[in-house]
Ligand binder design. Structure first.
Ligand code: EPU
Length: 416
């Protein structure tokens, strides 16, 4: 059997936990560093498998990447290839950011369709609309996508959907394009805002970060930077939901509570107690929890990546809860895993219905993707008895030191 967790549930999470830098935001910073030949230092990078994979991908096109704890030092004096190997790109979704980064740096890029969690159809049209609007020629080249441009030129671009990676990719191509680019209906996620801030620290001229309209005035070249990644709001959310689901009391430090308004509002609706104090946020569930309705939508709405652990927590709330998933068309596979633990949970289209409260019982379940994994962890913590969680490599991709952090909060988790 491959690595798995064995969780003895029924112990409320209590105490203080610190979270790492944002997985997704950190993943964008390495391709961003490809845009300059100067050294770039990135701090507060989570120690997770996805970062090591991204480092390998950047090395395959000419970067030297050193990872020392939570600090990444990267330099790319010269791009040695504009086509990262298929087997590396296939490992994670964010690898497709090399398209925009290499297009911006070298005027050409070739990438196969990226890997990533199986949570929906996950098209790439927004990326290509953006590249083409900037004057790039984008075509299929065997099983890869190839983009090239003698010169990228600024344009006004409308995105049908505020794709997160689509926005980052087009930002990469636009920062050194000639003239001004405006992206209308850009993603406003804090990770995208941070990435734009990082590019500004490298000499890019961008305004509108954190809003749906980004304006980018092209510059001739970017320079190095020393930049710190924002806290992981999804990790913060997962620990808070674990606290509430187990009727515990957890303070999460190194957080940015302003990035989780939607979650905090829902926790309050659920009758949980929430306290915010600067960079820390505390949640507890001392009383009876109430069922709520949630819409998983782009930021600043409720994060789709917190939908599965939220569903797990809602198994402990009284009444019927509904989660409407508006981002992905295949996010709800985790539902079957929660059922194995005794959850009364069903789906109707993209809506998940949860009836509670339910006394969950231990079983053997799978972490189907990172956030489906977070759902079974939260449920297992709340369940009576022993739960075995298989396929935890998915959790390793997104949650640094998960076993250690949960154990410090009083959970009984073994990795075998
Ligand atoms: N979409 C389009 N056209 C496109 C691109 C996307 O219609 O060209 C649609 C997709 O079909 C999907 C929705 O947009 O339904 C969301 O896709 P988006 O492009 O915004 O997602 P992403 O950029 O591929 C990032 C995160 C995801 C997170 C989403 C939404 C990374 C590496 N991934 O993915 O994170 O769920 O944004 O916030 O940053 C995770 O961390 O577990 C994770 C999956």
């Amino acid at each position: 059997m491959s690595a798995h967790y064995v969780i003895q549930g029924g112990h409320p999470l209590r105490g203080e936990v610190t979270v790492s830098g944002s997985k997704n935001a950190a993943l964008y910073t390495l391709p961003a560093a490809l845009l300059t030949s100067d050294p770039v230092t990135i701090r507060n990078v989570p120690r997770i498998a996805d970062i090591r994979e991204m480092a390998e991908i950047c090395e395959s096109v000419g970067s030297t990447v050193e990872i020392e704890g939570e600090v990444v030092r990267m330099v790319t004096p010269r791009v040695t290839s504009v086509a990262p190997p298929t087997e590396l790109v296939a490992r994670l979704r964010a690898s497709f950011l090399l398209m925009g980064a290499l297009l911006g740096r070298s005027g050409e890029a070739e990438c196969p369709p990226p890997g990533g969690d199986v949570i929906g159809s996950r098209p790439l049209d927004v990326h290509f609309i953006g590249f083409r609007a900037l004057g790039a020629n984008v075509e299929r080249h065997g099983s890869s996508w190839r983009a090239s441009a003698a010169r990228l030129t600024g344009a006004r671009i409308f995105f049908d959907y505020p794709s997160v990676l689509g926005t980052v990719n087009v930002l990469f191509a636009a920062v050194t394009a000639q003239g001004t680019t405006t992206i209308v209906n850009a993603a406003a996620e804090p990770e995208v805002e941070m990435l734009a801030d990082m590019l500004v620290s490298m000499g890019a001229r961008i305004s509108g970060q954190g809003t749906p309209i980004l304006a980018i005035e092209g510059v001739t070249a970017l320079h190095g930077t020393d930049f710190t990644v924002i806290p992981d709001r999804l990790e913060v959310g997962t620990y808070l939901l674990g606290a509430v689901a187990t009727h515990g009391d957890v303070r999460v430090t190194n957080a940015d509570p302003l990035h989780i308004d939607s979650l905090l509002a829902k926790l309050c609706d659920m009758n949980a107690r929430v306290e915010v104090d600067g960079c820390s946020v505390r949640a507890s569930g001392p009383g009876e929890l109430r069922g709520v309705q949630v819409q998983a939508v782009p930021y600043p709405g409720f994060a789709t990546d917190l939908h599965p652990p939220m569903a797990a927590a809602l198994t402990q709330a009284k009444g019927v809860s509904l989660i409407h998933e508006r981002v992905y068309d295949n996010r709800t596979l985790y539902v079957n895993e929660l059922r194995k633990l005794g959850a009364r949970i069903t789906t109707a289209g993209d809506t998940v219905l949860i009836e509670g409260p339910t006394v969950l019982g231990g079983s053997t379940v799978r972490a189907l993707d990172i956030r489906a994994g977070a759902a079974v962890v939260v449920a297992a913590l709340a369940a009576e008895g022993e739960t075995t969680i298989l396929d935890i490599h998915h959790l390793d991709r997104g949650y640094a030191d998960l076993r250690e952090r949960l154990t410090a909060l009083g959970a009984m988790v073994e990795r075998r």
